[in-house]
Design a protein around this ligand. Structure first.
Ligand code: ADP
Ligand code: MG
Length: 218
């Protein structure tokens, strides 16, 4: 599978569908350690992204153009902590994706840029029970897979699996960043909602790279 702008569009559309399907679950996770709005915020954001894509007369020319559209739309529609964090992630990712298609190294670069954006914006490190705890293992797994010669789709698969494991690893963590940190010890024992939505995004990337029928507009 070629990871070109057509794939990136399927990735984004698939993300919107999956975020919609998991909206209530993300709300419930955020009710446990936050204010319960994460599912609604993310669903509003990705619904707006799809509406913008549907309204375009010309599809985005390159992966980077598409990711930039996602970034600006999420920044203006998601709100909360996650809006600026994801907005910055997609914006940084867009800058390294000014290519017609992503090879394994470019996939790694996109994921690294996304993580750098989240860290630049939120100043969290691993172990603080945030979306960094999905992204950081995902980036590491992607780097390892690419260094082992994996194809771009396999790099994404490695990233998605590591992100999903990262979500589970947030359960015993004590939140020290974001709204969940207000709960102190009571933040322990729950999955972090932002880590969970991040894993959905990365899983959508891997799934659309593996299956050309996923994320098509129809
Ligand atoms: P809010 O907390 O403003 O209601 P959301 O509910 O949309 O925002 O998003 C909450 C998620 O944002 C958390 O689960 C966590 O993953 C992420 N988050 C919050 N603060 C930070 C931070 N400083 N760095 C990284 N991620 C963060
Ligand atoms: Mg919230």
């Amino acid at each position: 599978m070629t990871l070109d702008v057509a794939w990136a569009q399927r990735w984004v559309r698939r993300t919107a569908a999956v975020i919609g399907e998991h909206k209530n679950e993300l709300m419930e996770l955020d009710r446990q350690i936050g204010d319960g709005d994460h599912g609604e915020n993310m669903n509003r954001g990705f619904t707006a992204v799809v509406a913008k894509l549907d309204a375009l007369e010309e599809p985005p020319a390159q992966v980077g153009d598409l990711l930039k559209l996602v970034a600006t739309t999420l920044m203006s529609t998601v709100g909360g902590a996650a809006g600026p964090l994801y907005g910055t992630a997609y914006l940084r990712a867009a800058k390294v994706a000014g290519l017609d298609e992503l090879d394994a190294a470019a996939v790694v670069a996109v994921l690294e840029a996304g993580l750098e954006g989240i860290v630049a914006r939120g100043k969290a490190t691993t172990g603080e029970k945030t979306m960094v705890d999905s992204w950081s293992p995902a980036v590491q797994a992607a780097q390892t897979a690419a260094a082992d010669g994996a194809a771009p789709g396999a790099v994404l698969e490695a990233a998605a699996q590591a992100a999903e494991a990262g979500v589970l690893a947030t359960v015993p963590m004590l939140a020290t960043k974001g709204r969940a940190s207000y709960l102190g010890e009571r933040s322990v024992g729950h999955r972090d909602p932002g880590a969970a939505s991040s894993a959905l995004i990365l899983r959508a990337a891997a799934a659309t790279a593996a299956d050309p029928d996923l994320g098509t507009a129809a």
